[in-house]
Design a protein around this ligand. Structure first.
Ligand code: HEM
Length: 409
């Protein structure tokens, strides 16, 4: 399929076509767009009632659009390629779907929960969660790094950071997986409750938790948010609940995806895995390379607030604009041999966004958690082997393998 698309006129390529995403992001097409059509229009023709979009694929352009919130709004429309994935009103209730000044006011309050001190204080807990999950695999000769390691660790890490009880982890993971599926039917099976039902249930849970923390303050993030004040103003319950949902979604699928993709890449390149096993001090740098090659989220979307000229094309007011991180992170004008994994490469990337107002709030937590996950997995299992070639999740947003089944060597 991709080979055929290398010869069709570039205007006929529709990046909304899920058949292009069977093996994950369509890198060969992104390579072509960066050189032939750095601003490119896709119709989303196979998606019922979803708007078409402009694709931005070069690192410099992703950077420029990310920083220009006045021309490229996060609030004037949804932030995901499919408007019907998560209700637009709910996307706009989360600060990732707001513009300044509302965005800045709410983010500032949430930032208090993400100080270096608070994150460092969670390190022992993250390690304990990881070791407990790995202990549960004792005696098994085959398991799945996604379902048996990544999911239980990331769900409990974000749950414990926020102060949510462990029995809610499955509900929040379901909310994150369904909301962010964007095309993948297995992540969004029919008949098990809609995203809207999960949102309603989750919001009620957070409102209950907020009421408890108001009565009895604790040292978790929910308590901090309930009591935080900026210029005499406090967060409303719905602002806490929608921010909480944002953190759960961002905290679940992101680190799970990066860990799973990184482990899969190492299993396919055993000599690089061996280098990390023997030199664990290289893990933080390797994590940056995994983030570059396999950004957990394939895109975020903006809406133009005025006509903007770019590379000879006119983006009209109201048009949707998508920032494709898997494309910008492999821009050949920035990275030598961009598709190659080199765990010693020292470069920046755009996996956490490309600067500007919406730059990821969770970078320090994600880096700490990923460092611990890779370190403890490789220490416990220095000679894992891939049991079978996995499928990628077929999604315009979630960039991750469906499973990574391994045998203990
Ligand atoms: C591998 C891990 C992660 C990746 C790749 C990632 C990626 C991103 C990206 C691409 C954005 C949007 C940037 C933009 O639109 O310009 C973002 C925003 C955000 N992320 Fe992350 N993220 C990760 C982990 C986390 C974690 C662990 C949390 C919190 C617990 C988190 C919380 C957020 C929040 C709250 C925003 C919205 C910021 C805003 O709108 O101002 N992320 N992240």
């Amino acid at each position: 399929m991709e080979t055929e698309l290398m010869t069709v006129p570039v205007e006929e390529i529709d990046l909304g076509d899920l058949s292009l995403w069977v093996d994950g992001p369509p890198h060969a097409i992104f390579d072509r767009l960066r050189t032939e059509a750095p601003i490119h229009w896709s119709e989303m023709a196979s998606w019922d009632g979803e708007p078409g979009f402009w694709s931005i694929t070069c690192a410099e352009d992703v950077h420029a659009v990310s920083r220009d919130w006045e021309a490229f709004s996060s609030e004037r429309g949804g932030i995901l390629a499919a408007d019907h994935s998560v209700p637009i009103e709910f996307q706009n209730a989360m600060f990732i779907g707001m513009d300044p000044p509302r965005h800045d006011r709410i983010k500032a309050l949430f930032q208090r929960g993400f100080t270096p001190k608070r994150i460092a204080a969670h390190e022992d807990e993250i390690r304990a969660i990881t070791l407990r999950v790995l202990d549960q695999l004792e005696g098994r000769t085959e398991f799945d790094l996604v379902a048996d390691v990544a999911q239980p660790v990331v769900g409990r890490v974000i749950g414990s950071f926020l102060g949510a009880p462990e029995e809610d982890d499955a509900m929040w993971a379901d909310f994150a997986n369904r909301g962010l599926a964007l095309g993948d039917d297995e992540l969004q099976p029919e008949g098990e409750g809609t995203v809207l039902e999960l949102i309603e249930k989750g919001v009620m849970r957070v409102i209950e938790m907020a009421a408890e923390r108001r009565e009895t303050p604790t040292d978790d993030l929910t308590s901090l948010l309930v009591h935080a004040e900026v210029d005499g103003e406090r967060l409303e319950d719905y602002e806490i609940a929608s921010g909480f949902a944002l953190l759960v979604a961002a905290g679940n699928d992101s680190t799970k995806a990066t860990y799973s993709s990184g482990m899969l890449a190492l299993l396919r390149e055993p000599e690089q895995m061996q280098r990390l096993v023997e030199n664990p001090e290289m893990i933080p740098n390797a994590v940056e390379e995994f983030l570059r090659l396999f950004p957990a989220f394939a895109h975020f979307r903006r809406t133009a607030t005025r006509d903007v000229e770019m590379h000879g094309k006119t983006i009209r007011e109201g048009d949707k604009v998508i920032l494709w991180y898997p494309a910008s992170n492999r821009d050949e004008t920035v990275y030598a041999c961009p598709h190659q994994m080199d765990i010693e490469r020292t470069t920046d990337h755009q996996a956490f966004g490309a600067g500007g107002r919406h730059f990821c709030l969770g970078t320090a937590l994600a880096r700490l958690e990923l460092g611990i996950l890779f370190t403890e997995t490789l220490k416990r299992y220095p000679s894992l082997r891939l049991a079978e070639e996995p499928d990628a999740v077929r999604s315009l947003f979630a960039n991750q393998p469906r499973s990574v089944r391994v045998t203990v060597g």
